[in-house]
Design a protein. Structure first.
Length: 201
């Protein structure tokens, strides 16, 4: 990787780190209880599937912090919406996110979850590196940093490739270099075709 690519990669990682730091500091609700085996089970109320277990309350509380970071990190990579705590005092938005660029990332529905997560991260980074000098990419980084991740059929995947020229396709060596995901240069408006795709949940 050359120096220019190194700098672009670092900038992308810095933007992601800002998002992660923001969510880490929010007052998420931790629910702690003892199960029948005597272990302590803990979960984050607002984040479905974010949970852990420990032999003591202290250990469980420590473990859930690691689980929280991993959950948010994965959600950012996949472009998923991240719920915020109900008691968070949010300032009134100064802009409408829908008016700012977003990046669509499509993943084939035949790709296993673990490889799909990797594909989304690689596609987003690859898209940034390919279009980093485009003003719309700079606007995307400076404003919304929004990604819309969809799970699509092979037919939808191929149709999307033909509809928008500005994209990057990722492949997976573990699947004999099969195409796994496609990321489109951020745009403020996409065709109606994209709006009817199934979100990756």
């Amino acid at each position: 990787m050359n120096k220019q690519a190194d700098a672009s990669y670092l900038k992308y990682k810095e933007e992601k780190a800002k998002k992660l730091e923001y969510y880490k500091q929010l007052p998420y609700t931790r629910i702690l209880c003892r199960d029948e085996s005597g272990s302590w089970f803990i979960k984050i109320k607002e984040l479905w599937g974010c949970m852990s277990v420990g032999d003591t309350p202290e250990e469980a509380l420590s473990m859930i912090d690691d689980a929280l970071i991993a959950w948010i990190d994965t959600a950012i990579d996949m472009g998923l919406d991240i719920p915020e705590p109900e008691n968070t005092q949010k300032p009134k938005p100064t802009y409408d996110p829908e008016k700012y660029p977003k990046m669509y990332i499509l993943v084939k529905d035949t790709i296993p979850l673990g490889l799909a997560m990797n594909a989304v991260g690689h596609a987003a980074l690859g898209c940034y590196l390919k279009f980093k000098d485009d003003p719309i990419m700079e606007e995307w980084l400076a404003t919304s940093f929004r990604k819309v991740t969809c799970r699509v059929t092979e037919k939808e995947f191929q149709r999307a490739k033909k509809r928008v020229e500005d994209h990057i396709v990722t492949t997976e060596l573990a699947l004999d270099k099969a195409e796994t995901a496609i990321a489109f240069k951020p745009a403020k408006e996409f065709s109606k075709f994209f709006k009817f795709l199934k979100l990756y949940k």
